[in-house]
Design a protein around this ligand. Structure first.
Ligand SMILES: Cc1ncc(C[n+]2csc(CCOP(=O)(O)OP(=O)(O)O)c2C)c(N)n1
Ligand SMILES: [Mg+2]
Length: 372
């Protein structure tokens, strides 16, 4: 007869959580600095730099949207209302770090040093990413939702294995958190303790879908606990608060502490893109309530009260923003000089046979056309 194992009347020792969930839980009140006692500790030079960048960013958004009306850009997803997240997150990184932006994060890329016109090349449909990702350590502005997140984790994990002191900041929208890629990225990041910071800009909507129809979680930051990483909630319109929270998460990651999920609560003041009509799914009252919590006004009030911003200083910020817009307009009005053969460059490190054949065919057609 077959020998059966000894039957144990009670289950094996109960599995105990490996991580105490309590320290991972986000404070449900979004962290704020401006208008609180914490503001006094903020560095005046940093606040002024954030202010300059916010003003430039808003002007950039207005100019890019105007370019869509002039037929110079097919589409532009404006981040007006979200400039504090964009700018503060980019400034919280070191030069050696990597930024993984979504399509809405042009301002973050520009604040990190990308030439303003280069951030629009993709949206004009000119040339691949529009810039060399390695030069600025900015991955391509990513349209397929959340696909930039596993890339960020892969890069950060690889950097750690190589002993490089690099952190990846991955930006995603509230809607993007419903994607499988979000889950896979956060899971791998936590298991590997990869030096990644995930910044979710909760701007209230995924096109016309409000957050309440997207998730039943207490907050998006609470999702962190299920993966075993800390979740943090921050007022996404408070540039000083975003800078501090992202900066803390970046330092934590760099020191080997693993990933953090930051949810920045903000609002998309304009439509999803120039191709969307936001009045179809939200009321003017909601927009007005958020205008009263505008990121530029919040910082301006703080700076003015502390005597750091007078009319002349304010004007210089607006003049610089105007100059940026004028240059952007001029550069975007130039006819782009494009080489059709570039379709085949930077696609594969080693081209496939099919692509080589197609490239040869295109080259022959271009040569024939040039001879005509
Ligand atoms: C994988 C994938 N599915 C669908 C879309 C179409 N799409 C583009 S933007 C968008 C909404 C995204 O909302 P959110 O993540 O909140 O970012 P936001 O636009 O608010 O910045 C959708 C569904 C897409 N780009 N990629
Ligand atoms: Mg959104």
């Amino acid at each position: 007869m077959e020998q059966r194992g000894t039957l144990s009347p009670s289950p094996p020792p109960a599995w105990t959580p490996r991580t105490d969930p309590a320290p991972l839980l986000p404070d449900p009140r979004p962290y704020r600095v401006l208008g609180t006692d914490a503001a006094e500790k903020a560095d005046p030079a940093l606040l002024l730099e954030l202010y300059d960048q916010l003003v430039r960013g808003r002007r950039y958004n207005a100019q890019a949207t105007a370019l869509t009306r002039q037929g110079r850009l097919a589409v532009y997803p404006s981040s007006t209302g979200q400039e504090a997240c964009e700018v503060a997150a980019a400034l919280a990184l070191e030069e050696r770090d990597w930024l993984f932006p979504s399509y809405r994060d042009t301002l973050a890329a520009v604040a990190r040093g990308l030439e303003p016109v280069q951030a629009l090349t993709l949206l004009r449909g000119d040339w691949h990413t529009g810039y060399d990702p390695h030069e600025h350590r900015i991955a391509p502005l990513c349209t397929p939702l959340a696909t930039q997140l596993p890339h960020a984790v892969g890069l950060a994990h690889a950097a750690r294995l190589k002993g490089d002191d690099v952190v990846a900041l991955a930006m995603v929208g509230d809607g993007g958190t419903s994607e499988g890629d979000f889950h896979e990225a956060l899971n791998f990041a936590a298991v590997w303790q990869a030096p990644v910071v995930f910044l979710v800009q909760n701007n209230g909507f995924a096109i016309s879908v409000p957050l309440a129809k997207q998730t039943a979680a207490p907050s998006l930051a609470h999702k962190a606990v299920g993966y075993g990483m800390p979740g943090r909630l921050v007022d996404g319109n408070d540039a000083a608060a975003v800078y501090e929270v992202i900066g803390d998460a970046v330092r934590h990651a760099r020191a080997g502490g693993g990933p953090t999920l930051v949810e920045a609560v903000t609002y998309r003041i304009e439509a999803h893109t120039n191709a969307d009509d936001a009045t179809r799914y939200r009321g003017a009252g909601e927009v007005e309530a958020w205008r009263a919590h505008d990121p530029i006004t919040l910082l301006e009030r703080e700076l003015t009260e502390r005597g750091l911003l007078d009319d002349a200083r304010r004007q210089s910020a607006y003049d610089a923003a105007e100059a940026l817009a004028a240059e952007l307009r001029d550069r975007m009005n130039e006819e782009p000089v494009l080489d059709p053969m570039d379709l085949f460059t930077h696609v594969y490190a080693e081209q496939t046979t099919q692509l080589r054949e197609q490239a040869a065919q295109l080259r022959a057609e271009l040569e024939a056309e040039a001879e005509r």
